[in-house]
Ligand binder design. Structure first.
Ligand code: NAP
Length: 256
């Protein structure tokens, strides 16, 4: 009788999740399903099967793991997607399914950076100097505290348009990452930006704005990662891929 395939659920929504799905999907004897939240329209499609939308909390995720006979779960969500990551830890325990947490390292400050460290968007909004011209890149879910700062000029960059009434001092621009250094420097210059507000997402794809801010000597209000997040099992796609093959006792395919 043929050996049944093993099943791996990747919690995605990141470039790392897509890269992992592409690599793991090539492994014989492994079925990959990537789960995405479905918050952006037309998201880049991962290899393998894809499911979209919330599970319904810890209970829903635990049920999904059991009903689909998932052998291994990989949390490759964004470092600031704290709720789904917390749910994954709890649901994995409840359904007795192993969990590999993969998370890119945070960006370190470098010589020439002028960073103010905060922990929340409310603290970030409070840290903007009166009269500043600020680019806000924290995502569409977390703009509310910035809308109360009527004494600054804000440009909020989001992937999807903000579906709300904005005060006259706030402009919403939409664009899909990644952006390169030239594009970021051009945006800062044309909008006359002096302050950047960003989460410390880490990774290469969002780094150009950090580099551009350094080059142009802008003040950066850096929202640091939640201090209580569980430690990752892997900080790169390579390391995560190796952990998957080990955990499921699969033969990695040779590069040759
Ligand atoms: P979150 O606050 O941690 O999660 C909120 C709820 O959304 C979760 O409780 C879950 O609903 C659902 N959800 C989140 N990720 C999911 C996934 N991969 N598959 C199925 N359901 C998911 O998450 P978030 O910060 O809104 O981020 C949403 C997604 O966007 C994540 O997958 C993340 O990787 C991606 N993303 C986030 C950021 C960011 O800055 N936060 C940036 C880039 C990409 P149920 O409880 O109903 O299961």
């Amino acid at each position: 009788m043929a050996k049944p395939n093993k099943r791996c659920l990747i919690l995605g929504g990141t470039a790392e999740a897509r890269e992992l799905a592409a690599r793991a999907n090539m492994l014989p004897g492994l079925e990959i399903t990537t789960s995405i939240a479905g918050v952006t329209t037309d998201p880049a499609a991962p290899a393998g099967a894809v499911r979209t939308g919330g599970f319904g909390g810890v209970d829903g995720l635990a049920d999904y793991l059991r009903n689909r006979s998932i052998d291994l779960m990989v949390d490759a969500t964004h470092p600031f997607a704290a709720k789904i990551s917390d749910n994954a830890v709890q649901a994995g325990k409840r359904a007795d399914v192993g969990l590999i947490i993969v998370q890119r390292p945070a960006w370190p400050a470098e010589r020439g950076d002028d960073w103010v460290h905060v922990l929340t968007t409310a603290e970030a909004a409070a840290a903007i100097k009166p009269g500043a011209r600020v680019l806000i890149t924290t995502g569409h879910k977390q703009v509310a505290p910035f809308l109360t700062r009527l004494d600054v000029a804000s440009v909020i960059r989001t992937i999807e348009p903000l579906n709300m009434q904005l005060p006259a001092n706030v402009q919403n621009i939409t664009a899909r990452p990644p952006f390169d250094l030239r594009q970021e420097e051009e945006l800062f210059a044309t909008q006359n930006i002096d302050t950047l507000v960003t989460k410390n997402s880490g990774g290469d794809l969002g780094y150009a704005k950090i580099e551009a801010a350094r080059n142009l000597k802008l003040r950066v209000i850096m929202i640091d990662r939640p201090a209580n997040a569980p430690l990752p099992d892997a900080t790169s796609v390579d390391a995560a891929f190796e952990k998957i093959t080990q955990a499921l006792d699969l033969e990695p395919i040779s590069a040759g």
